[in-house]
Design a protein around this ligand. Structure first.
Ligand SMILES: Nc1ncnc2c1ncn2[C@@H]1O[C@H](COP(=O)(O)OP(=O)(O)O)[C@@H](O)[C@H]1O
Ligand SMILES: CC(C)(COP(=O)(O)O)[C@@H](O)C(=O)NCCC(=O)O
Length: 243
């Protein structure tokens, strides 16, 4: 059994995989790790190996805690990967983006794949049918857009996404929701259309904390999979067992 740990900028996600299948997962604020992890671990004493991916700066205490219990692979720029990394600055590439590309290779080998991760930021990552990772894009996530409008103005309230928003917002809150949620949806559709125009056979995955709200709105054909990153971490762990 494998444990995978993904520390993002908003939340920590942990999951257990058995024979390639995700059998349990949980998510919590990273500051609660030492409260939440022991409870989760108690239910899975069979875990032997673990992988950790983090995009936040300091997690030595979490690393130590995991190393106490498991053989731990810390994902970094030197980890063996099942794809060719052509990013110009691999040393600064987010570990979460590496995991997403590993999932793309593991689940869609020999295909062009665009992975859109709607988390704190929205990342776009592309690998081609020769298993080459080329890069993509980084833009602000939904929560970040809502908070930026509130923080950088005097009069705009902090708004949250709601069930739906129209094309024409007819109130301050409605206008913000349209700008943020419909605007992000159009951004995503625009990126997908642009990638499609250059890559005829393209598989598109949407993942991250805002998968649900955005997958309901995006018109293009996509696979919504909120666990894609966790699955990629498991692929990397398995890949390194066989090296
Ligand atoms: N209950 C929730 N708590 C925090 N964020 C949430 C929640 N539900 C949805 N979200 C959205 O999910 C995003 C975080 O997604 P996630 O994939 O966990 O991000 P990260 O990997 O960057 O930590 C937030 O920016 C927010 O828009
Ligand atoms: C772009 C990110 C902040 C996304 O983080 P997330 O929204 O998943 O928490 C992260 O992948 C990161 O810190 N990247 C480093 C820069 C790069 O990938 O080039």
């Amino acid at each position: 059994m494998n444990l995978v740990v993904d520390i993002g900028n908003s939340a920590t996600k942990i999951a257990v995989f058995q024979s390639g299948e995700l059998i349990d997962r949980t998510a919590f604020a990273t500051k609660d790790f030492f409260k939440k992890f022991p409870v989760f671990f108690q239910n899975h004493p069979e875990i032997e190996q673990a992988i950790l991916s983090s995009v936040v700066n300091e997690v030595p205490e979490i690393e130590k805690e995991l190393q106490k219990h498991f053989e731990l692979l810390i994902l970094d720029q030197n980890t063996n990967l099942p794809f060719y990394n052509l990013y110009a600055t691999p040393e600064t590439l987010g570990k979460d983006r590496i995991a997403l590309m590993a999932a793309a290779v593991g689940k869609y080998p020999s295909q062009n794949v665009l992975v859109i991760d709607a988390g704190t930021c929205i990342t776009y990552d592309f690998k081609n049918d020769r298993e080459e990772y080329l890069g993509g894009a980084i833009s602000p996530g939904l929560e970040m857009r809502f908070r930026a409008l509130n923080q950088f103005t005097s009069r705009l309230p902090l708004v949250r996404a709601d069930e739906q928003e129209g094309l024409i917002g007819n109130s301050t809150e409605g206008s913000i929701r349209t700008g943020v949620v419909a605007g992000t949806t159009m951004e995503i559709e625009g990126f997908i259309d642009a990638y499609l125009s250059e890559n005829k056979n393209l598989t598109v995955i949407l993942t991250g904390g805002d998968t649900q709200i955005l997958s309901m709105r995006v018109k293009n054909s996509i696979f919504a999979n909120p666990n894609f990153l966790l699955e990629g971490l498991n692929c990397i762990l398995e890949f390194n067992k066989t090296q």
